[in-house]
Design a protein around this ligand. Structure first.
Ligand code: SF4
Length: 317
């Protein structure tokens, strides 16, 4: 059955909700990962993309996303600051490029940034462009049309806006903004000419069926870069006591995103130090991109170690 499915998918078939659920329930983990890996090879060969982020504005966010350390609704231990200094951001971009990272994103806390912050951000992008060749990305919330246009003019290629979880689960995790607002931002960014990077956080209490729902939603939005994070429970947030996902469930989740979205890069993102023991298996489950280095408010990864594992698996950076 999986060989036939492989042939069908490379010939243009895309699987639906019931079929995806069937696969996760009836096939074993190895068979699901093998299919995802074959699809990755067919659609992308051995190309692997590395990206990195810097928290360009931290904390004091008015939104109530239950997983997030930066929300003012929860008592957490993070440092808050307005826009990061230009020198610090530019130095990180240059250093990451030297280490072999392809993309660099400024990420800001909050529903969206204000005009003053945007002005500072645009200057940082200009400096990074002048002093490096790293590709630029941005993740700044529910921006307006004009704000997105300003970012595009500054050379930003990818706009990142995670859907975070399934539509049917989102309102249980966040009440201060809606799924629809996120989708509107994604569509706006696409209309302006950005490639969109959008994925989610797994392990927040959603079911496998809801992960499939998210994967299908991303396909319907034509998203070609899907970052998948694994929840790192943060003290003080409502999800502080969430349990880690079992290993097989992690691998099946990565693989089913790939099987549903064969033409998208599946990007290994946050939470990786919790599942470091699975890194190699994940690289054989359809993953062909990764967020490396320091993350926003949680521990990131070691770029050199990541590059070693990725190269050993036969990928080309
Ligand atoms: S995820 Fe973004 S919008 Fe939600 S609380 Fe954190 S910083 Fe705010």
């Amino acid at each position: 059955m999986m060989d036939k499915l492989y042939n069908d998918i490379i010939n243009g078939k895309r699987i639906g909700y019931t079929e995806a659920i069937d696969i996760t329930q009836k096939q074993n983990c190895e068979a699901i990962c093998v299919l995802a890996n074959k699809l990755r090879i067919y659609f992308f060969g051995n190309h692997f993309e590395l990206c990195s982020i810097v928290n360009a504005k931290s904390g004091k966010c008015t939104e109530d996303c239950k997983w997030c350390a930066q929300s003012v609704h929860y008592k957490t231990n993070i440092s808050s600051y307005e826009i990061i200094s230009k020198e610090s951001a530019v130095t990180q971009a240059i250093n990451n490029q030297k280490k072999g990272v392809h993309r660099f994103s400024l990420v800001t806390s909050g529903r969206k940034i204000n005009e003053k912050n945007l002005g500072d951000i645009l200057e940082i992008y200009k400096d990074i462009s002048d002093r490096s060749e790293i590709h630029l990305c941005a993740s700044m919330g529910l921006l307006s049309n004009n704000q997105l246009i300003e970012l595009k003019k500054a050379g930003v290629e990818y706009y990142h806006c995670n859907l975070e979880t399934a539509r049917s689960f989102f309102s249980e995790l966040c009440t201060t903004h809606t799924y629809k607002e996120k989708i509107n931002t994604i569509k706006l960014a696409q209309e302006i000419g950005f490639s969109v990077c959008s994925g989610g956080i797994l392990g927040m209490g959603e079911t496998m069926d809801q992960r499939i729902e998210l994967a299908l939603e991303l396909r319907s939005l034509n998203v070609k870069s899907i970052p998948l994070n694994f929840l790192m429970p943060i003290k003080g947030t409502p999800l502080a006591f969430s349990e880690n996902m079992p290993d097989e469930e992690i691998l099946i989740s990565l693989a089913i995103f790939k099987i549903i979205n064969p033409e998208a890069k599946i990007r290994f993102a946050g939470g990786r130090h919790l599942i470091k023991h699975l890194q190699i298996k994940a690289l054989r489950a359809g993953v062909n991109a990764a967020l490396v280095g320091d993350l926003l408010t949680t521990i990131g990864s070691n770029i050199e170690e990541d590059i070693r594992d990725i190269s050993t698996e036969g990928f080309k950076l």
